[in-house]
Design a binder for this molecule. Structure first.
Ligand SMILES: C[S@@+](CC[C@H](N)C(=O)[O-])C[C@H]1O[C@@H](n2cnc3c(N)ncnc32)[C@H](O)[C@@H]1O
Length: 282
């Protein structure tokens, strides 16, 4: 997976993002189960730990003591900040791993027993093919009652070179391709949310709805990857075509308004990101 230098992970202890609030609401409900004594949470691409920045307020001391948090990110300067936060939360346990998500299974060598997995604000930093692989890897790491929470934006307020946000519809097509092979009765329909500056989407996958064993999933991985190749290629080429047309219009007619100017710049960023992704998938 190619790194994105423009990528940043916010840390603002004074506010909670709605997507983190939604994830923590699900987490809190799980922790309230009196039979749960140790809940394992994996935070993929955890960044600087914004999601745990207000955990002292969000969860009771009793529920925090049930929690084992595992953070994973490519940047050691991000995990270092997140680890400092985690150390103050009186959790049951916490650990951090550094590495590329594409090498996740080699680096995090624990069995498939995470009760909660989060992947927030990061899908735009990976290609649809990489996103789909990460999703499969996460599903394989869920406990039988485990839940995977994913959130991302459909557009970025500040463009990042190499990044490309995906729409809820595109994500839906990727999940359909995966689950048509794994469990055709299970459909993941991401919800969309209009925020002040962008639109976001969330998807939640409960392991119990995917009615096949991890061995069955592993035996179908090459079939899924084959099916995804065609779908991903279609998504990338459609986006490139749209981008091409938009840039061609700006080239011929110019950008009249500040909004047009912003769209022109955004199309240029998208154009480059798409070329890079299509090149990488060859
Ligand atoms: C926008 S931040 C989101 C951080 C956090 N999940 C949140 O919601 O606040 C994206 C994070 O993804 C990490 N990241 C991007 N590509 C990655 C990769 N290939 N492997 C591991 N981490 C990656 C970045 O280092 C960054 O911390």
């Amino acid at each position: 997976m190619a790194l994105i230098a423009d990528s940043d992970a916010v840390l603002d202890g004074g506010r909670i993002l709605p997507q983190h609030q939604a994830a923590l609401t699900l987490l809190n409900a799980k922790l309230q189960d009196p039979d749960v004594v140790n809940l394992r949470w994996l935070d993929m691409a955890c960044g600087r730990g914004q999601i745990i920045a207000q955990l002292l307020e969000n969860l009771t001391p009793e529920n925090r003591r049930k929690l084992t948090y595992v953070g994973f990110d490519i940047h050691v300067d991000h995990t270092r900040v997140a680890e400092r936060l985690a150390s103050k939360l009186s959790l049951n346990d916490y650990s951090f791993y550094q590495g590329d998500l594409s090498r996740f299974s080699e680096i995090v060598n624990s069995p498939s027993d995470f009760d909660f997995i989060t992947f927030t604000n990061t899908a735009h930093e990976v290609s649809p093919a990489a996103f789909s692989r990460i999703m499969l890897e996460a599903i394989l790491r869920l406990s039988t009652s485990g839940e995977l929470f994913i959130y991302d934006m459909e557009s970025l307020t500040e463009p990042e070179l190499g990044a490309l946000p995906w729409t809820a519809n595109e994500i839906s097509v990727l999940f359909k391709t995966i689950f048509d092979i794994l469990e055709p009765r299970f459909c993941v329909h991401p919800s969309t949310w209009s925020h002040k500056n962008c639109k976001g989407w969330t998807a939640v996958i409960q392991r119990k709805y995917v009615k096949c064993s991890n061995d069955e999933i592993k035996s179908k991985l090459s079939q899924i990857e084959g099916a995804l190749d065609t779908v991903v290629d279609g998504i990338l080429r459609k986006r490139l075509d749209e981008c091409d047309k938009a840039l061609d219009a700006y080239c011929r007619f110019g950008a009249d308004t500040p909004n047009d100017e912003q769209e022109k710049l955004s199309s240029l960023y998208k154009f480059w990101a798409l070329h890079r992704m299509i090149g990488a998938s060859k």
